[in-house]
Design a protein around this ligand. Sequence first.
Ligand code: ADP
Ligand code: MG
Length: 337
Amino acid sequence: MTSPLLSAKDVSRSYVAGRAGWFRRVPRFRAVDGVSLHVNRGETVGIVGESGCGKSTLARLLLALARTETGTVTFDDIDLSGLSTAEWRALRARMQCVFQDTGASLDPRLTIRTQVREPLAIHRRPDPAARTQAVLEMVRLGAHLWDRYPHELSGGQVQRVILARALALGPDLLVLDEPVSALDVSIQAQIVNLLKDLQEELGLAYVFVSHDLGVVRHIADRVYVMYLGQVVEHAPKADFFANPRHPYSAALLAAIPAADPEALPKRAVITGDLPSPLAPPTGCRFHPRCPHAIARCAAEPPVLRRLGEHEVACHRSEDINPVALVPRHIAAKREFA
Ligand code: ADP
Ligand code: MG
């Protein structure tokens, strides 16, 4: 078996909350806390969880856009920490990112063609004009748009340009952070289908970060669920969606507006909101919101353990069906739509 394309082992990153003063110690909190994951060549890994659970921070760690405090990230067996500038630059061409804020990713003063060509010039690639044209065709952007400016394009077209630019250097991996969250549902479907086509044509691997499980269901091969900076479940897509093993996963799934709203039974059991990452709950971080919590859950942090096709961090994963009891206040939230 070949080693994964991208591999993170026990990575963490903390931030300071607020500013320091003369007599004030600045509290630090871990936005990502001991996460391990891997991405194989040509596959799509979904990273899901509520807003604020550390998905974007993790995406930045995977690309070495932020420094890890613990753990290591390797790409093609190369440790991303401690690379020279030249090594880093060569590797950068192979792992590209696409971030959420579609508007801010492009320069309003430059034409589409110029912007897609930019990375090719920086990396001194041969025949940049032909390559620019090729990638603009790959993302199915009509030639009549190539000499326009970003403001003359629709949201979906802008996202195609950003994708073309990310593809220009011929990467093996794209890290996509909420790539379609700002788009209308019909446009989302077009971009997701384009991503799937490109994956098939080019053999790309994707890390697809999204709070939207409905979208992840269409594209991911495997899913990682994050809660307050930690992975609480990891499973192949089919197993995850058919049979979530963590109560938090079950709650996220129940929040997807389904064609059949009765598909997942829901019962109100608990109240409370996402706890502050500054003071994460003891034991299992989900326990204050969990309908299945027992005394042990408040006392002892669960570790990620294998359970069939799943990996789950839950003390009760062997003796409960998490789908049977879903915390209603999470299920009721439609922000996962
Ligand atoms: P997500 O992408 O899942 O919404 P983020 O990774 O953006 O989560 O954020 C995780 C936590 O880290 C949040 O509490 C957020 O407020 C905090 N955070 C993110 N970036 C910074 C930063 N640069 N400085 C301080 N706190 C940050
Ligand atoms: Mg984010």
